[in-house]
Design a protein around this ligand. Structure first.
Ligand code: MG
Length: 394
């Protein structure tokens, strides 16, 4: 029985993880949850899973949840809060496996603490590798901890890499759906509205990641993550537009062979892969909806991404080349700019314009601790806010 902690249990990855635990109760036991601000869902999860520890974002939310649990007659769940609470959820002695799916830098400290506590990590939080990749990888090596990617592309690469040795890898191909504006002419980008950008063709996801898919910054982050996870330079991580999202990514080997991973577009599959690695679990009875119908597959399209219409891709390659501080700034500026776009404060192309200006102002240094990462993140965020307030990126 694997004992699971979920950081970000009320988000889409968290809920998919709980769905896997529901399907395979003989394999996975939910021990602790970090749930953020969604009190109602956190309460429902406590009723269903009776975790030993649950953490919420603030002391007030934690007090409210504790009161509701007492009323419901549940007294075995300890309620904690804040970043200390998330660290406690991630480092409980009995936990074997931590699913890191808190969105944003809020997940950094807890994930880092889990690595240092020797827990196996299922990684779905982008900031861990984009903003603190070198620190987290160094800690993982030191504590002999496996980092198993849950993001569908990196999970696919992880699977394909089992087909050859590291020295035999020529390059990695990350697939991208291309987002809703794959075929939109360049001159229409300025007028793109939040409602248009929130319609993703193949995946149903949170708001920020949906906008990041529309700008292709999401793929940019994935390039950086792939560099860290698979120890390859940015020029050996390629992107290919694949609108069907059927091939989740590919690995090209030096002998000319390319291995691709195909499955349904359902996050439960990469989660199950990570939870069960190095084994594979039979989904036949418990989750047959996850089976792929090869007979229904008509064709697969691949094409080159357009870095002119999607400048965020270029910015990500530049940040990956320039180092950790630039990657922190890239992520922080993007989060601020995406929020401003969603509020109608800046236009769609204001997102890359803001990021580019923040990158230009970012010093070239490497943070030595998670605290320094958080400080650099704050500085980049503050600068992005000031650019937006001054209408520099409009
Ligand atoms: Mg992805």
């Amino acid at each position: 029985m694997k004992k699971i902690a979920i950081l970000g249990s009320t988000g889409s990855i968290g809920q998919s993880t709980l769905s896997i635990c529901e399907s395979f109760p003989e394999r996975y036991e939910v021990v602790s949850l970090a749930a953020g601000r969604n009190l109602d869902v956190a309460f429902a999860q406590c009723l269903r899973w009776k975790p030993r520890v649950v953490s919420l974002a603030t002391e007030e939310l934690a007090a409210a949840l504790a009161a509701r649990l007492r009323e419901a007659g549940i007294d075995e769940t300890e309620v904690v809060y804040g970043s200390k609470g998330a660290v406690r959820v991630a480092t409980l002695h009995e936990v074997d496996f931590v699913v890191s799916a808190i969105v944003g830098v809020a997940g950094l400290e807890a994930t880092y603490a889990a690595v240092c506590a020797g827990k196996t990590i299922g990684l779905a939080n982008k900031e861990c590798l984009v903003a603190a990749g070198e620190l987290i990888l160094a800690a993982a090596q030191k504590h002999k901890v496996a980092l198993l990617p849950i993001d569908s592309e990196h999970n696919a690469v992880h699977q394909c890499l089992r087909g050859g040795r590291a020295a035999e890898v020529k390059q990695i191909w990350l697939t991208a759906s291309g987002g809703p504006f794959r075929n939109t002419p360049a001159e229409e980008f300025e007028k793109i509205t939040p409602a248009q950008a929130l319609k993703h063709p193949t995946w149903v996801m949170g708001q920020r990641i949906t906008i990041d898919s529309a700008t292709m910054m999401n793929k940019g982050f994935e390039i950086i993550e792939a560099c860290r996870l698979f120890s390859l330079p940015p020029d050996r991580i390629r992107v290919t537009i694949h609108p069907q999202s059927t091939v989740h990514s590919l690995v090209e080997f030096i002998d000319g062979s390319i291995l691709a991973q195909i499955s349904v577009t359902d996050m439960r599959l990469p989660i199950l892969y990570a939870l069960s690695y190095p084994e594979r679990v039979d989904i036949h009875i418990a989750a047959s909806a996850l089976a792929f119908d090869l007979g229904a597959l008509n064709h697969l399209d691949f094409s080159q991404p357009d870095q002119v219409r999607f400048p965020c891709l270029r910015l990500a390659y530049e940040a990956a080349e320039s180092g950790p501080a630039a990657c922190i700034a890239l992520n922080a500026a993007d989060e601020v700019a995406v929020a401003a776009f969603l509020q109608g404060t800046i236009p769609f192309l204001g997102i890359p314009r803001t990021i580019e200006k923040v990158l230009q102002a970012t010093p070239c240094n490497a943070p030595a601790s998670i605290q320094e990462v958080l400080v650099a993140d704050e500085a980049a965020r503050a600068y992005a806010h000031s650019l937006i307030a001054l209408h520099v990126a409009h």
